[in-house]
Design a protein around this ligand. Structure first.
Ligand code: NAD
Ligand code: TDX
Length: 332
């Protein structure tokens, strides 16, 4: 039985990964999570006690990280400050967690010779024009736009340098926008679903032409497990499921499934530096590691996600008012 150390496992994608990996492998999992505003211990309820341990702590805490990495077979590193809008108002925590936190983990991993998988984002590549026929590949030059994406880019480059200079046993994956259960209500899809539940009109930044390449969190998890199992050390794999949609279409789909008129949304102040389009070419992952996404029906995925937020109000309700108050100050 492999011992996995999952950082950020109380967050959106990390918690989905923990559920998925416990259900689909015989791994034992330790989660290391600081439980920032984005972490929610309720996302990890009901897991098998003999295979799951939770440790509250900071990935910048070198002593704690050294102990935990030393007793793991594989580190799967999700912990990050993850929200672009927050990074535009207070970048400092992004530098601490995304840069120093990643540095602290890879130093421990190289000391112990522990296999390391670094979770990253397609945002490190900047953005594409709407009519650009190209999509991001593993060879696309880095060109991040926001404090969030630039710190993720920095963390990727640290991992690459540690592979080359110190022989760190690492792989990297850059995934597109995830959706599914357990996502914080600050993010686009859960914000709009919970707004409609509360009788508030969805808020679209600008004209809503910006395109995101949506993938279900379970497909992200299956890809990460495949890379841990079969990926080549030192390589980067892009994860995507051909899910390009513009924000206006996503809002209209949510409104349709929630029984509202298609135009029952507000246009609000655009995000400064707002990336226009992300699009992933995941050919390498599919052809070299034989991975395929399972959740290709976005319409169905959105319906299921709406049902999850309707059925799990106790999970998101404590964050809702504070999150909306923050957006209100920003005119969003
Ligand atoms: P999230 O904000 O929902 O969760 C982040 C988790 O990390 C939280 O549980 C938080 O408590 C924890 N954390 C933050 N700082 C920490 C610290 N210093 N020490 C320990 N734990 C800390 O984020 P998410 O959306 O689940 O993203 C997870 C990872 O996936 C990030 O690395 C992100 O860059 C990457 N990613 C996200 C997406 C997406 O669509 N959300 C897409 C591609 C890649
Ligand atoms: O209320 C909103 N209205 C709106 O139009 C919000 C919150 C967002 N948007 C737009 C901005 C983006 O074009 O929706 C799109 C998605 O926004 P976010 O959910 O904030 O995601 P994004 O900025 O694309 O980044 C996400 O995907 C890549 C994650 O938050 C990152 O962690 C990941 O790296």
């Amino acid at each position: 039985m492999q011992k996995l150390l999952v950082t950020g496992g109380a967050g959106f994608i990390g918690s989905n990964f923990v559920h998925y990996a416990l259900a689909n492998t015989d791994a034992a999992i330790t989660v290391l999570d600081k439980l920032t505003y984005a972490g929610n211990i309720a996302s990890l309820q009901g897991l098998p006690e003999d295979r799951f341990t939770f440790v509250k702590g900071d990935i910048c805490d070198a002593e704690l990280v050294n102990t935990l990495v030393g007793s793991a077979d594989v580190v799967v590193h999700y912990a990050a400050e993850s929200h672009n809008d927050n990074s535009l108002h207070d970048p400092r925590p992004f530098l601490d967690t995304n840069i120093i936190g990643t540095y602290t983990l890879i130093e421990a991993a190289r000391r112990h010779g522990t296999r390391f998988h670094h979770i990253s984002t397609d945002e490190v590549y900047g953005d594409l024009e709407l009519d650009d026929p190209e999509r991001f590949t593993e060879k696309t030059p880095y060109n991040p736009s926001s404090p969030y994406s630039s710190t993720k880019a920095g963390s990727d480059l640290l991992v690459r340098a540690w592979v080359r200079s110190f022989g760190l046993q690492a792989t990297i994956s850059n995934c597109s926008n995830n959706y599914g259960p357990y996502q914080h209500v600050e993010k686009f899809i859960p914000r709009q679903i919970t707004n409609v539940i509360d009788g508030i009109r969805p808020k679209l930044y600008g004209a809503g032409e910006n395109v995101r390449d949506w993938i279900h969190a379970n497909d992200h998890s299956s890809a990460v497990l495949r890379i841990i199992e079969k990926g080549e050390i030192g390589q980067t794999y892009l994860i995507g499921a051909d899910g390009e949609k513009n924000n206006k279409d996503v809002v209209e789909l949510i409104l349709k499934h929630m029984g509202q008129p298609a135009d029952a949304y507000d246009q609000v102040i655009d995000r400064p530096g707002h990336d226009m389009r992300y699009a992933i070419d995941s050919t390498r992952l599919r052809s070299e590691l034989g991975w395929e996404p399972q959740f290709s029906n976005f319409d169905q995925g959105i319906e299921d996600t709406i049902r999850w937020y309707r059925d799990n109000e106790a999970w998101w309700r404590p964050q809702k008012a504070e999150t909306e108050a923050k957006y209100k100050v920003q005119g969003q």
